[in-house]
Ligand binder design. Structure first.
Ligand code: SF4
Length: 423
């Protein structure tokens, strides 16, 4: 099966396969020099990158002009020269043209743990997005450098909650709830951040009695939080928060949404007082593309199909699917299924196509017929990888991601709480 990148290059107007943006055919460096920061082709038109989002300067022309074959030869030669001095991590949603060089492939937390398991490596090259590289820096050794090949590889969901607006929200909640615990010792509210958030927000949770969660352990983490707090403030992904809390029996009317641009998040004081989980107004542009209509169509065209979606999908999609689970859950479900199974998957297309190629014994397809990769993962290209590797050989660390100690210390506290909470 062709990679997503190859498929996009082959898409013809009027053809059977369509992509969400014709600009995906262009090299990512064409977008690095845009006058204002942007998430790149394929991102939702409603996602506006923050003005202070990291920008990527122009990389040398030799990398932009090199053919695929030359980049392949140079990357392999650089890896051979560097040996164990450097480890390359690739996220499940990364394009195959980059994944082929990864020493480990996984979700953001698995990759951060992989980085931790290689304390001998001088550098960790993270072929994912910015918050993932930050987490790797939090969990790696003090003498290790974490490198993000393209600084413009951010995450629109992570950017939807910033430290200033979360702090402002927290102050409003404190004013309403006070800070005193109830008779059973539970504080008024516990902050919970999804792994897909900046280190600053993980640090905020560490400082305010809160915790981090992943899509694999969100229910365990919410249980941890409910034992210690009367309510939870969950950010940045409303869908993961809602889907998880609903499955735990929290009524929807006790899950108000917090819009940071409105006083009290756009709620009246009574709704906030009665809340069990306050959901931040954030979402993933990739997972919000999945719809119930796509599920209905998959069932009509493939009787007996097993529909599995990621919990970042909207609640009606999760409710209509057979199962919802993290990337790791989806991967394991496919591995354990009897040969001849048919799966319709609601997660990022690079991962779905790779699973389909790895499991020819099954029929596996993406629920969304439109080819639309995560636009920020897509900003990583072999040209950037060759550039950072050859710079490292020359003694220069480019694009280092380093979390300052004042943020890293409390962020690690929130991560350690998550590790301790997990079953
Ligand atoms: S898939 Fe969604 S949450 Fe993941 S990096 Fe891309 S935009 Fe962010």
């Amino acid at each position: 099966m062709a990679s997503v990148n190859t498929t996009i290059q082959l898409i013809r107007p009027g053809g059977q396969v369509t992509s969400c943006s014709p600009a995906l055919k262009e090299a990512p460096w064409n977008f690095d020099s845009a006058p204002v920061a942007e998430y790149g082709p394929g991102s939702s038109m409603f996602d506006v990158a923050p003005v202070d989002t990291p920008r990527q300067g122009e990389i040398p022309a030799e990398y932009r002009r090199a053919s695929d074959e030359e980049l392949d030869r140079r990357i392999r030669a650089a890896k051979a020269t560097l040996g164990d001095r450097l480890v390359i991590l690739g996220h499940f949603y990364q394009r195959d043209e980059v994944i082929t060089y990864a020493d480990f492939v996984g979700d953001s937390f698995q990759l951060a743990q992989a980085a931790r398991a290689r304390p001998d490596a001088e550098a960790i090259v993270f072929c994912g997005v910015h918050f993932m590289a930050e987490t790797a820096d939090l969990l790696s050794g003090p003498s290790q450098s974490v490198i993000l090949p393209n600084l413009a590889a951010g995450c629109s969901m992570a950017d939807m909650a910033d430290i200033d607006s979360v702090t402002e929200c927290w102050e409003q909640l404190e004013e309403l709830y006070g800070t005193e615990p109830d008779a059973s010792g539970r504080v008024p509210v516990i902050p919970v951040t999804y792994m897909n958030s900046s280190a600053a927000l993980k640090g905020f949770c560490g400082e305010h009695g809160g915790i981090v969660c992943t899509s694999s352990n969100a229910a365990t983490v919410l249980e941890w939080a409910f034992e210690r707090g009367q309510r939870v403030l969950f950010f940045p992904d409303q869908h993961l928060g809602r889907n998880t809390a609903k499955a735990m029996g929290v009524p929807l009317e006790r899950m108000p949404m917090w819009n940071p641009r409105k006083p009290l998040g756009g709620n009246d004081a009574e709704a906030i007082q009665d809340a069990r989980v306050i959901l931040w107004h954030g979402f993933c542009s990739v997972h919000k593309r999945f719809t119930v209509a796509q599920i209905d169509r998959a069932r009509a065209e493939h009787p007996g199909v097993r529909v599995i979606v990621h919990p970042e999908c909207p609640m009606p999609v999760v409710d209509a699917a057979d199962e919802a689970g993290s990337t790791d859950y989806i991967k394991k479900a496919i591995e354990r299924a009897p040969a001849g199974s048919t799966f319709a998957i609601g997660t990022e297309i690079n991962m779905v196509q790779r699973l389909a190629a790895e499991h020819p014994e099954h029929t596996i397809f993406c629920l969304d017929p439109v080819v639309c990769p995560c636009s920020t993962m897509y900003r990583i290209h072999p040209g950037y990888l060759a550039w950072v590797l050859e710079a490292f050989i020359a003694g220069e660390i480019v694009n280092q991601i380093s979390v300052v100690d004042s943020v890293a210390l409390p962020a690690r506290v929130a991560l350690e709480r998550m590790l301790a909470a997990k079953p």
